[in-house]
Design a protein around this ligand. Structure first.
Ligand SMILES: NC(=O)c1ccc[n+]([C@@H]2O[C@H](COP(=O)([O-])OP(=O)(O)OC[C@H]3O[C@@H](n4cnc5c(N)ncnc54)[C@H](O)[C@@H]3O)[C@@H](O)[C@H]2O)c1
Length: 195
């Protein structure tokens, strides 16, 4: 399955690398040209034990690539993970969701067929209703569903946390989205991890 990851920060990069290691074809996009150039040369900017080795293995196998083109990333993907930052706002401490909403709008314009748009960023309850509204308004009548799949990685133990989670949280309404999420995480489902 082709999977798109928006944002190659800590969460997006670990998710992209681990999902490609599950056997999926993963394309990761980031706005930072420097970050993408570094990743394309096999370098990982923050120290994450083992990540560089997994990245090199899956990139060499043709399952993992990095680009600055969101359109190329989303084209043909059955799942699009939004993994952009949600920094606390200086005035009131609430999560700044502007990057999530901007990414949703860009994804909506780039979708070429049905996809599940998965929010992986840490967001308050209700955010996916807004994400769905944004895609409906900005998109061009392509079918989609939204899903929630919040990340609980600890810095330094990210691969372990992704591939051997205490539990995983996936929220979907549509059956079609549920099936795609089940396919994505089949290696974990089949080992009996709590979902
Ligand atoms: N870092 C952690 O340990 C951790 C753990 C669990 C959850 N989270 C949550 O996961 C989310 C991501 O965290 P992070 O630390 O990976 O963030 P980050 O800020 O390190 O990385 C986000 C990346 O997204 C890119 N980006 C933003 N908008 C984009 C767009 N429209 N198109 C392409 N790229 C875009 C940025 O350039 C940046 O590289 C946040 O909501 C965070 O709270 C983080």
């Amino acid at each position: 399955m082709k999977i798109a990851i928006i944002g190659t920060g800590y969460v997006g990069l670990v998710s992209g690398v681990c999902l490609s290691d599950f056997g999926h074809t993963v394309v990761c996009v980031d706005k930072s040209e420097a970050e993408i150039a570094q990743l394309n040369s096999g370098e990982v900017s923050i120290y994450k034990p083992g990540l560089d080795v997994l990245l090199a293995k899956n990139a060499a196998a043709g399952r993992l690539s990095f680009t600055t083109s969101l359109a190329d990333t989303v084209d043909g993907a059955e799942a699009v993970f939004i993994a952009v930052g949600t920094p606390s706002r200086r005035d009131d401490g609430y999560a700044d969701l502007s990057y999530v909403f901007a990414a949703a709008e860009e994804v909506a314009k780039a979708l070429t067929g049905y996809a599940v748009v998965v929010t992986k960023s840490t967001v308050p309850v209700g955010t996916n209703r807004k994400v769905a509204d944004i895609i409906r308004i900005a998109g061009h009548e392509v079918e989609f569903d939204v899903a929630s799949n919040p990340e609980f990685l600890r810095e330094g133990a990210a691969i372990e946390d992704f591939t051997r989670p205490d539990c995983m949280v996936i929220g979907v309404e549509a059956e079609r989205a549920k099936e795609i999420m089940a396919q994505i995480y089949r290696p974990l489902f089949s080992q009996g991890y709590r979902i």
